[in-house]
Design a protein around this ligand. Sequence first.
Ligand SMILES: [Zn+2]
Length: 428
Amino acid sequence: MATKIYAGAVVTMDDAENIFRPGVVVYDATGILYVGKPEGYTEPVEQELRIPDGIVLPGLLNGHNHAAMTMMRGLADDSPFFEWLTQYVWPVESRMTPDDIAIGTYLALAEMIRSGTVGYADMYFAVDRSAEAVEKAGMRAWISRGLVAQGDPGLEKLEEGLEFGRRWRSRAEGRIIPMLGPHAPYTCPPEYLERVAEKAKQENLGIHVHLSESADEMRQMAEQYQKTPIQLAYDAGVFASRTLIAHGVFIEESDLPYLEGLVGGVVTCPVSNAKLGNGILPYHMLHDAGVTIGLGSDGPTSTNNLDMFLEMKAMAWMQKVRESKPEAFRAYDALWAATRGTAAVLGHPGGILKLGAPADLIVVDGKRAHMTPEWDVVANLVYSAQGADVRYTIIAGRMVMQEGIITTFDEAAVVQEARQRAQRLMEG
Ligand SMILES: [Zn+2]
């Protein structure tokens, strides 16, 4: 069943940076059937939406998340990092049940669908429950069971991660892609990283790992192994599989040879990096070296909000601050990172509106006061828009949010249950 959307603007994110004003997108469950000027498509369709004030763009892809951590949103926010993690987050996390994780994931899904995210890369535990929520909500997700080898060899967790991969790789109409998630080099010793890398290669799974996020991590790895986290991962064979490197704030020039030819890329999480006081991604150094850069939020306990429009702003602002000049980073490049950049890191054909691409698109309300006037539609999308301006979210040709209403699950019930469950977690 084909649907046609006529909108005031269609931002394609294709290589020619085409923007049609007005424009039309036609799609069905198999993908995009047409993108272009309204007069270019005359075939009959089953459903037609006319949104003259709407801006259509590819759905946003959040390249790094721990979605169920919505349950700890706002917990001891302004504490020093290791105190926050060990004295607040880990004790609450140890009390979280698989049901808490399911509801926490639904809460994140509601927030993501509302703010125009159509897919996300996740790392957490009780991942079957997250995957079930993703399947029901109609979302796309690249899910990895977080792997650590601290206090125990971590082999059971690795086996769980592999089993999850086997169980889910062909479910949910291909909307769920399992990955392996070795947490970081400070929680996964080199022998463990090697083992994970070997299994990833054997079972053809991508790897999702935190690398070079904080100055403490850099110091610790230098003291313990006389290596940078990037060099450690390279030496362990991690980069032999597609690798999603979360953060990368402290990647150095001397790391670049290890990243040459990397399949995958770096996902920057500017709000988390700012809030945790970590720093700013060396975007230009990586970009000039040919490293693909995507955009993500990190978990909602460090970022507080899963709005990718906020992440795009933060990415642009922080690069301008880093380079001390406004021309150092274009709004378009932030939008590219949030769409095609993350897609390229994940090896996903989405993030673009073109014939045959997945039918993953969103419609932003362009008639709001803060979106008026429209000298430059991309500037408005990146610098003015907010997630709450998204009116329609379409994933794999299915309208999962229509005129601001989530159609795939009961959002109000999820919010209510999340409140009750968080109350129990707060009481200890
Ligand atoms: Zn993270």
